[in-house]
Design a protein. Structure first.
Length: 224
């Protein structure tokens, strides 16, 4: 009898793991710029405290992947100091004095290398984990992410991070179009808008997983 394939209890139906070498954890933008006061998220008028609640869950997932030696990638939204990779259309949407590149309490807002652009300390990448800086919302736009995943032999992505309907959903759609099977971990993602998070979870798994699957972290951890 062949052993039963490992499955994650997911919606709209179980997510079958292709194998230990095929799956990666993709942690999207768990940066001070989005989770702490004085960063980009706050400059856009958001209550950033909502996002902090997922930090322990993301940490549990990181620990589980680390213990098993499975690949982990961390994305980081940010721009070069000269803002050569920031379209004026993106910069101009911020309030004057609080735009991308302006100086805030954690350094220049959404600029790579600034203190506020770094990961929250609890979720700092460990040596050997890939960090993917990205100028856009999607992690495949102007990054080498696709090639890096292919080099690793990864065909399935478990997604965590912020914000659910912006960078996480954009990345999930980009990955889905590139042939990756994607599962969004429900309690390891958060939005400034609870209704947008709920709608995103519903829409990605609708129509027989049109964009992908969703599952709670406990189901992911049980399957690993
Ligand atoms: N504003 C907002 O909800 N999100 C972003 O600008 N970036 C990410 O989602 N990372």
């Amino acid at each position: 009898m062949t052993p039963r394939a490992l499955e994650i209890a997911a919606r709209p139906h179980p997510f079958r793991l292709a194998g230990p070498d095929s799956v990666a954890l993709l942690v999207i933008d768990m940066q001070r710029d989005f989770l702490e006061p004085g960063g980009f998220g706050a400059a856009l008028g958001n209550d950033v405290r909502r996002l902090q609640r997922i930090v322990p869950t993301v940490r549990l997932l990181l620990d589980a992947f680390r213990e098993r030696g499975l690949p982990i990638l961390h994305t980081k939204e940010g721009h070069r100091p000269a803002l050569s990779d920031c379209p004026p259309a993106k910069r101009n949407r911020g309030a004057p004095g609080m735009r991308i590149g302006d100086v805030g309490p954690m350094g220049r807002i959404l600029v790579l290398g600034e203190p506020g652009n770094d990961f929250v300390p609890e979720l700092a990448p460990a040596p050997g984990e890939l960090v993917v800086p990205k100028p856009g919302k999607g992690a495949f736009y102007r990054t080498g992410l696709d090639a890096r995943l292919q080099a690793l032999g990864v065909s399935q992505l478990l997604l965590a991070g912020v914000t659910t309907e912006v960078c996480v959903q954009t990345t999930m759609r980009e990955a889905n179009d590139r042939g990756y099977e994607c599962l969004l971990i429900e309690d390891a993602t958060e939005s400034y808008f609870p209704e947008f998070k709920a709608a995103t979870l519903e829409m990605v798994r609708a129509q027989g997983a049109i964009v992908g699957w969703t599952a709670p972290a406990t189901a992911v951890l049980a399957a690993l």
